[in-house]
Design a protein around this ligand. Structure first.
Ligand code: ZN
Length: 105
């Protein structure tokens, strides 16, 4: 289990770490003082200049996806990990299809 969790600031397009506390969803960005939101450690931030990827990340965030694991049901009763989408078309399908994995922050 990770000791620190990343918070993402969409204004700076950066992330910073804070001690693990799953009751804390938001933190003030140390660079710009805007509110940053807690993400799963698997989050990979796009380059600051990558408008499309930031748009996708923001869209996912607005629909409750913070890179927490998302799974597909498979026929034998198991679960299969689903990769996060990389473009808006995929993201729009993703948020509908995996709605039950969405979280509120
Ligand atoms: Zn910031």
């Amino acid at each position: 289990m990770k000791k620190y969790l990343p918070f993402v600031c969409f204004k700076c397009r950066t992330s910073f770490l804070r001690a693990r506390d799953l009751h804390r969803d938001k933190a003030t960005c140390p660079y710009c003082s805007h509110q940053a939101v807690r993400y799963h450690p698997d989050v990979e931030l796009p380059d600051k200049s990558d408008e499309v990827q930031w748009q996708v990340l923001e869209f996912l965030r607005d629909h409750g996806f913070y890179y927490q694991p998302v799974y597909n049901d498979i026929s034998l009763g198991g679960l299969m990990f689903v990769a996060y989408p990389k473009n808006m078309e995929e993201a729009e399908v993703f948020v509908k299809k995996y709605k039950r994995w969405a979280e509120n922050r």
